[in-house]
Design a protein around this ligand. Structure first.
Ligand SMILES: Cc1ncc(C[n+]2csc(CCOP(=O)(O)OP(=O)(O)O)c2C)c(N)n1
Ligand SMILES: [Mg+2]
Length: 396
């Protein structure tokens, strides 16, 4: 029996006290965001006033909104193209961001150039906002490199696959920003770290919360609650809304509609401001949904119901901005057509690049295991090369 079958068919007890019997996986994990959800644009594209957060997007013009729309369409197109490339055998695996464009673009566009960002492995939209060329992401998933962007120049750390580990890296980095006196006023710096709902059950994330809290590190914890950690629903990670965990660590937590790019931008700007002024960390829970599989190796129909997906499709992050732009006559057909054409060209370029990617020499995988190679690594490399040389055609 797969673990998905176990939670759909067995009775679960445990400390929560039998409340979760016979729950169909996901139905509880994907309930509405609740009254505490910060939302500025409804799924229908209507603007909702919010006295606390409106000031943080008061300067956002129609042109800026078109820019956010463009960002989301382009990153979705990159995502779909990379997914197709995996299906055609060009990538070993792909990690889709479908559905999480607003969360990532809202947060990514709130960051200033001097701020630092630590992603996990799904943050293609944040990468885009940091100026990382989508081509630089491909090698990670083709298995040819570890990402080719300059993480110092872009201020976008390499992807981290080990769940939650980047939270510790980010806490240390943000403590450094504080120790170096780079916080305290509006010119201060901040760091943002991205992780998932499942990651909140990792010790690394807990430790990161503690360190950042007690050192008042300028760190925004940006948790994309996409309702699932592979096949585990959020209800298997927490019995209270994730943003409320922050209180136990002594810093503010807030839940934002992660499918609303404007609200995510506003809340992220507020949180980054709080940090750069020296007030310590903030937790943002971006309430969103993973519309596709966990990765291309996963089949979500094994563990979640299609009506859940259908319900979330109505909250699509791109459609609500499109509806808003049309309703307020902020964009004409020509604009939407030109963004589509740009997306298609970007995808074609990505595809062409992928087909032409050179195969690296097999010895290269041993080069960056440590900053300086060790006798053990050298020995393993030599053994591996000798093994490969035994095949017809030499090294390969
Ligand atoms: C330390 C560690 N344990 C387990 C895994 C396997 N793993 C990969 S993704 C994942 C689920 C993560 O879920 P979540 O934090 O919600 O992020 P999402 O993938 O939904 O963005 C797990 C358990 C891993 N990569 N690292
Ligand atoms: Mg998740």
């Amino acid at each position: 029996m797969s673990s998905a079958e176990q939670w759909t068919h067995t009775e679960r007890g445990g400390p929560a006290g039998g409340r979760a019997t016979e729950v169909i996986a996901g139905l509880r994990g994907t309930s509405e965001g609740g009254p505490e959800l910060v939302q500025l644009l409804t799924p229908e594209g209507e603007r909702v006033g919010n006295a606390e957060f409106d000031p943080y997007v008061a300067d956002v013009t129609a042109e800026d909104l078109r820019g956010l729309y463009r960002d989301m369409v382009l990153v979705r197109r990159v995502d779909r193209e990379a997914n197709a490339l995996q299906r055609q055998g060009q990538l070993g695996i792909w990690v889709p961001l479908l559905g999480q464009e607003a969360a990532q673009v809202g947060a990514g566009r709130a960051l200033r150039p001097a701020d630092m960002a630590f992603p996990s492995y799904r943050e293609h939209g944040v990468a885009w906002c940091r100026g990382v060329d989508p081509k630089d992401l491909l090698g990670i998933f083709r298995g040819t490199d570890h990402g080719t962007w300059d993480s110092v120049a872009t201020r976008f750390h390499p992807y981290t696959i080990v769940i939650g580990n980047q939270v510790l890296n980010a806490a240390g980095y943000a403590m450094g920003q504080r120790f170096d006196g780079r916080v305290g006023d509006d010119d201060g710096e901040a760091t943002m770290v991205f992780f998932g709902d499942g990651a909140t059950s990792q010790g690394d994330v807990h430790e990161g919360f503690v360190w950042a809290s007690v050192y008042d590190a300028p760190l925004v914890f940006f948790c994309q609650n996409n309702q699932w950690a592979i096949s585990e629903p959020t209800e298997r990670q927490t019995r209270l809304p994730l943003y409320q965990r922050a209180r136990g660590y002594g810093f503010p937590g807030i839940r934002v509609d992660g499918n609303d790019v404007l609200a995510t931008l506003a809340v992220s700007r507020w949180a980054l401001d709080t940090c750069r002024h020296g007030n310590g960390p903030v937790l943002i829970e971006a309430f969103t949904y993973r519309m596709d599989a966990h990765t291309t190796t996963d089949d979500p129909t094994r563990y979640r119901l299609s009506d859940e997906l259908e319900a979330w499709k109505l909250k699509d992050p791109i459609e609500r901005v499109r509806a808003y732009l049309i309703r307020h006559e902020h964009a004409e057909h020509e604009f939407f057509d030109s963004v589509q054409a740009e997306a298609d060209a970007l995808a074609a370029d990505l595809r062409e690049f992928c087909f032409a990617m050179p195969e690296p020499p097999v010895a290269q995988m041993f080069d960056h295991v440590y900053a300086e190679t060790s006798p053990q690594v050298r020995e393993q490399r030599d053994e591996f090369l000798a093994y490969h040389a035994g095949f017809a055609g030499g090294e390969h």
